[in-house]
Design a protein around this ligand. Structure first.
Ligand code: COA
Length: 154
């Protein structure tokens, strides 16, 4: 992702997260300036950005962990494997960095929950009224290093 992609990501955020505080262009530009955050986009020749994902790689050694900051795919391009490709790429970076991966997801987001479960994430907690202004609840999910499901609740 380069700064010129930020407006396209913000356009998709307004479509994908209308009641949950969609990130503006400036938020993506701020993410790109952060040394610990890594973003990838998928672009279409005609439509520009059709998918994006960002992950923060934090800490070192035994304190290493990662956090998925955001992931989204244009509704007209969903169910073609773009979301899984973006997440797989982010998780490869997390595995190279080391440590578990965390994320928050709306408790009613069946598509994202299915994607996350299929890549090794499990629900480890619930955050009430996490999203604003909708007030929707979020699950916190965790993926063990390398995607191992050993010792995790199903
Ligand atoms: C979640 C999201 C990124 C998935 O992107 P995508 O490109 O459509 O996903 P893929 O085509 O790679 O599908 C990957 C898996 O996601 C799950 N999935 C995707 N769409 C689904 C749907 N409508 N219903 C159920 N499961 C779905 C499936 O497990 C699918 O695997 P399968 O195709 O082998 O069944 C996309 O639905 C999206 O942008 N949603 C809105 C934004 C969002 O909720 N982001 C996550 C916030 S935490």
């Amino acid at each position: 992702m380069v700064p010129a992609d930020a407006a396209g990501c913000a356009r998709l955020e307004r479509i994908l997260f209308p009641g949950d505080g969609p990130w503006p262009e400036e938020a993506f530009l701020g993410e790109l300036r952060s040394p610990h955050v890594r973003y990838r986009v998928v672009r279409d020749d005609d439509d520009g950005v059709v998918g994006y994902a960002g992950i923060a790689l934090l800490g070192t050694g035994s304190g290493a962990e990662a956090e998925i900051h955001t992931i989204g795919v244009d509704p007209s391009a969903q169910r073609r494997g773009i979301g899984r490709a973006l997440l797989t790429d982010a998780l490869a970076a997390a595995d190279a960095h080391g440590g578990p991966v965390f994320l928050e997801v709306r408790t009613d987001n069946e598509a994202a929950l299915a994607l996350y479960r299929s890549t090794g994430f499990s629900v480890v907690g619930t955050r009430r009224n996490y999203y604003r202004p909708s007030g929707a609840d979020a699950y916190t999910m965790r993926r063990e290093p390398g995607g191992s499901t050993e010792g995790q609740p199903s």
